[in-house]
Design a protein around this ligand. Sequence first.
Ligand code: UDP
Length: 252
Amino acid sequence: MARGKKIYEGKAKILYEGPEPGTIIQYFKDDATAFNAEKRDVIDGKGALNNRLSEYFMLGLNQIGVPTHFLKRLNMREQLVRSCEIIPLEIIVRNFAAGSMSKRLGIEEGTQLPRPIVEYCYKDDALGDPLVTEEHIAAFGWASQQDMDDILGLALRVNDYLSGVMYGVGIKLIDFKIEIGRVYEGDFQRLVVADEISPDSCRLWDIETGQKLDKDVFRRDLGSLTDAYAEVARRLGLIPKNNGVTKPTLIN
Ligand code: UDP
């Protein structure tokens, strides 16, 4: 499919104009970054795995009635999505303490939280995506009260879906981040899950061993990132079981 002009290049993806108005092509790069891009590397195969995994989760969400921007996967590295206006928030849902929450509140990683906790960060790399409250969001007009109600509903539905899918393959969903976009349909706007859902944006621990199968492998130098992501893809049936681990062949 013909790609249009480059619209935006981020840390892990490039966006191009799509073939029809209102569509965008998302290209998944092999670049990995952490700690606000202070640590960076190119990891062969990561882009293809995230493209396939994100397709899997977004399709599943569409099928249970949670709207997403996803239209279809085009090839190993590209997917066609609906163009939307991204709300400048990272929506984080946590089931177990980890990462910045553990640090901030002194809670040991892996501690089960009394209920899922939703946090919002303002998307601004220069500021290091600071944690913000609904007060900031309302006062600065980043989202309306109705948007916030809808975002919370979407975030909790994504959490239930992802937790269940992961539990089915022996993985505990510790936390994840999503982004939400506005799609305009005539005079109406609808909120959809946008960006990507992949081990880059989730914490995934093996239920039995606690082994990390997510970007913490890269952040904390715990071994091969593609092996970890390929393991998630393999358990979900996206890679043949007997496939070698270094160059995973994705099943179409
Ligand atoms: N996360 C993300 N992008 C970000 C920040 C966080 O995808 O810019 C994800 C991260 O992978 C984890 C969850 O959101 O699954 C919570 O991250 P946390 O706030 O603990 O930050 P971190 O420890 O990753 O800095």
